[in-house]
Design a protein around this ligand. Sequence first.
Ligand SMILES: [Zn+2]
Length: 887
Amino acid sequence: MTSPELDLDHKNLHRDEAETRATLVTVSDYDVTVDLSRAENLDEDTYPVATVIRFDCHVPGTTTFLDSLHAEVHRVVLNGKELPLETAVGAARILLPRLQEHNEVRIESASYFSTSGEGMHRFRDPGDGRVYLYTQYEPADARRVFPNFEQPDLKARFTFHLKGREDWVLASNQDEMSHTIHEGVATVDFAATPPQSTYITTLLAGPYRQWTDRWDGHPQSGADPINLRIFARDSLAEHVDTEEIFAITRSGLDFFHDLFGVAYPWGKYDQAFVPEYNLGAMENPGLVTFTEHYIPTSQATEAQRQARATTIMHEMAHMWFGDLVTMRWWDDLWLKESFADYMGTLAVDRATRFEGAWATFAHRRKAWAYVQDQYSTTHPIVADITDLEAARQNFDGITYAKGASVLKQLVAHVGEDAFNAASRIYFERYRWGNASLDDFLAVLSETSGRPMQDWSRVWLQAAGVTHLSWSEDGTGAVVHQQNPDPRGGEAPQRPHTFRVGRYELDDEGALTRTAQHGYELTVGAAAQPITEVDISAATDRVILLNDDDLSYAVVHLDEDSLAAVLKHPLADPLASATVWASLWNAVRDGRMPAERYLEGVVAVSDELHDVGLHAGVLRQSVTALHRYLPAERRAEWAQRWGAVLLSSLTELGDGSDRQRSAVRTLTLLARGSGVLLDEMEQLASTAREQGWVSAPGLRVDDEVRWAALIALAAQGRVDQARLDTELEVKVDAMTRVWHRTAVSSQPIATVRDAAWHAVLTGIDAEGQTLSNDLLSATAEGVTASRPELISGFEPEFWSSLEKIWTRRSIGIATRTIEGLFPGYHDAEADGVAVAEEHPVVVAGQSWLDEHSQAAHTLRRVIIEELEDLRRAVHAQLMERGASTPAG
Ligand SMILES: [Zn+2]
């Protein structure tokens, strides 16, 4: 920047600042030494860091800045001259004045350890007391560890040196070049990285357990064999199924080499499972980090293992999409996330033992997109991201799930060969560099022979989800599309490549496809005749638009189809997932009463044989019951649905995954509605690893016991002493989190008061800062039952919002506000006739009206919470015919 008024305290880097900086400098390399040798001492808040950066400046004499956050800078030496700290160093930036053509800056600093999962996270294992560290940076938290040019288009080579205890694992993106030990402290020098962005650099340190394997390489694309490693905390070692993780990793490397034909460019491939992780995983080249929830300590279902496989593949796809070729700025975040999301599912479908990857995608991943794309805060897939805060908020259902859904449609539109050929050219043309939307569209046009600008304009650069429905005209059926833009008005009509299926009841009692026809809604067309489809009435027939789930659309079912799918299962897992996604959208949109949906769940759920779909539908049944059903019908429905589930346990299969999902659902019904408490008591007091009287094959492990204990605590059936005793049986990262939820869920006014304020301030009763996981666990307890115990805190909630947002990191602030949002109110209890009269809607709307200048990112969180609440209240009122349709 050349501006003399550069604000060195400003941590929210703007796009135009980044653009200017990119025209001024080319960064050559970093040399960074991070000393974690005293990290085990929790009284130490900081660790020493020494950074050397070499870079060229294209306009000598000018001034620019480095990003540096949450650190104490002790010394800055630019081109041999020491800079005065008072004027050169602010809270978020370091000024670099009067640059030469070739520059070297040396910085000595002390960076703070983090407990929020951002920067250098430090975790003490509550079981064995050992200390573990890892880094997490995206989009811009490398600056919390070492000063740098924090923007994705200023790539450089990084050489890291890491110090830690001699018996620790010390790892980074590249292999170690030397390892020396002096007085119990190891120093590891790592090889320089190829050119990469700051947000995917990484460090790992601690007494992690390590497993090794090898991948044989891929001669056709010139890929050499590489070493594979897995890291996890020592206390998780017995639960790490290394064989499966390595097998998926090797299959993925084979698959992506076959597909892309470009050799894996980062050397080794490590995967670390780390504690208190804020997201699923992060694609640091050569060292991917994952949440350790992917190493379950209790029984995991096949659906959970499939989800882990999908994440492994997603991160691996990033080694090319994102790491090798990187978006220039966060506007094009989708360029890596949508691709990785699509490729992750494709790889699981094609290259692993898991079946039903696209069914899971249709039902779960797309549900995330539909929710996000119906908020008034939605945005096009290609977003307008003006600064880092906005970037951080865009790791959302649009960027990932809608983007991937639209790519699935794109593949149907241009063909898989053209799409894959475009990927190959894209990697070859832009490797080690950056690219934008136009670059990708250009290669796609080359390989498909089609102009892509119109397609991009309506799919990538317009917001909102398409609704597809059909009606009869004189000659047959016609499909209609509608594209409401939740921000106002209509989005443009979209081309859709789609199929229509007809299903009829077979001898086994399932709905089976009897015909399928393919169609194209062309650009600009609102309707498409589908005269080939037989729409004639039959007992229990279904007409399914978007059969095979090729397009991204909310599908409406006609009344006959609706009646059929609420009575009978569909034989095909993907069709079944498409139908249940349609049903869920109808409930959320207020087009179908929650009660009718629940009747369908009761009738059909036992016949949903896909484990992931079964679990997903059961989870949604709890939301339907606790949020969308009128309050006065909940107790009766919880009793009825609970009894049905309980009696189905044996039939679902002893120890089976579906039985597991059913038990999880029972504990949630008990927690929220107070039913089946005797059963919960039985579960909680069943001896470890023994079967349960109601389902002899069920493994009553830590997860099940604690889910039952949380339900009992939320209903006031166990006290603190009992919960503490249960924790003493086994203390680990998970039981500590469950215990925290159980304790704060007790329906005792003083307990809720303390827990509510602990979340609000981020500090618990013992004066400890709550880590990211413990903060969320406490909030989950606070809102578990009896909302009247916390409704008195609402005024304080509204008046604290801005303080929370400015004083805490955006990640922790979002957890806090979402965790405490008073969205649990019922229409009935509040005696309202329309959603807009609801007291929390009124309070929230007036907060928004009075705070039009508040951070747009904060406003976005509040707007989305309020819209969820409006939907819930509207659905509750709809069953009494007392409301108008939701906006
Ligand atoms: Zn990703």
